[in-house]
Design a protein around this ligand. Structure first.
Ligand SMILES: [Ca+2]
Ligand SMILES: [Ca+2]
Length: 294
């Protein structure tokens, strides 16, 4: 991915020329306009995030065996070990994100809310018809803010997953597979993607857990496709040559953050578990969302 390309993407997408925004463009496809919602309320009940349990374990992170599409930044495959954690079964939904907004915990400038026309119409937060769709148009900064808000309101240590935790979970506790369902190519039976039509013909997102055949062994939905997901790590193209084995958390320096799993506007190969995207933490792409762990 090139940063130059990403800069152009933002401008192209501002006019909602979707066709220009569907590639492996580093998390920057889609809308990036200023939000304006600011209503707050003191009596919001924080959402309960359904989770699946992951046991501690070690696995090969990076290119899966036999993956001909694996890219340089996914190499070398290397052993990584993570502790046990609880993973959000779904991408954080628009309704869950709206609770944070209504409670004053999520800053409008860090995400884009839906409006009835223009470029915001494909952002889900604020659209009553998309309550069960994933929150999209959220920056990495908005995702971390949501996590901090939910942790503060519930007392649980909610946070973004590390890239290693995300990948371990997508592999169903670390299996050597290309996709959550195995090695068969990504299609609309398993995931919400671009199969020649954005979102399998339904632009943009689908309600979370619409593609049960693509779930992980533990039951996590949409790890591949629907929205690509922010993880906590900074991006480093050569990070896998130096990553530690135990609980790696990414490079300590770098401006961009990692996105995983591909999205409704991405071709199937970009939904590979080991695929890595990099995005500026301020970018609010209509193909980008997140899930949390604790
Ligand atoms: Ca996803
Ligand atoms: Ca990539």
């Amino acid at each position: 991915m090139s940063k130059l390309c990403c800069g152009v993407m933002i401008l192209a997408c501002a006019a909602w020329t979707l066709a220009a925004c569907g590639s492996d463009a580093g998390g920057t496809s889609g809308t990036d306009v200023s939000g304006s919602d600011g209503d707050t309320s003191a009596s919001v009940t924080p959402p309960t995030l359904e989770t699946v349990s992951l046991a501690a374990g070690c696995f090969q992170m990076g290119c899966a065996t036999g993956d001909a599409d694996c890219e340089d930044d996914e190499k070398p495959a290397h052993e990584v070990c993570v502790g046990a954690f609880e993973l959000g079964k779904t991408e954080v939904t628009a309704a869950q994100f709206e609770a944070c907004v209504a409670d004053g915990g999520c800053t409008p400038d860090l995400y884009v809310a839906w409006e009835d026309s223009g470029v915001r119409r494909n952002c889900n937060a604020g659209n009553a018809g998309r309550a069960t769709h994933p929150a999209n148009c959220v920056s990495w900064n908005a995702a971390t803010e949501f996590a901090a808000w939910l942790a503060g309101r519930t007392g649980d240590a909610w946070r973004l997953p590390t890239e290693a935790e995300w990948e371990y979970a997508a592999r169903g506790e670390g299996r050597d597979v290309i996709y959550p369902w195995g090695d068969d190519p990504a299609d609309c039976d398993h995931a919400v993607l671009d199969d020649g039509g954005y979102g399998c013909g339904t632009v943009p997102t689908w309600p979370v857990c619409s593609k049960a055949a693509g779930n992980t062994l533990q039951g996590a939905c949409d790890m591949s496709g629907n929205v690509k997901e922010w993880v906590s790590d900074r991006y480093g193209a050569t990070w896998y040559t130096e990553s530690p084995k135990d609980d790696p958390a990414g490079p300590v320096t770098g401006d961009e953050r990692v996105l995983k799993g591909g999205s409704w506007d991405a071709a199937g190969v970009l939904l590979r578990i080991s695929n890595r995207l990099a995005g500026d933490p301020t970018i609010r792409a209509n193909s980008g969302g997140f899930r949390l762990v604790k």
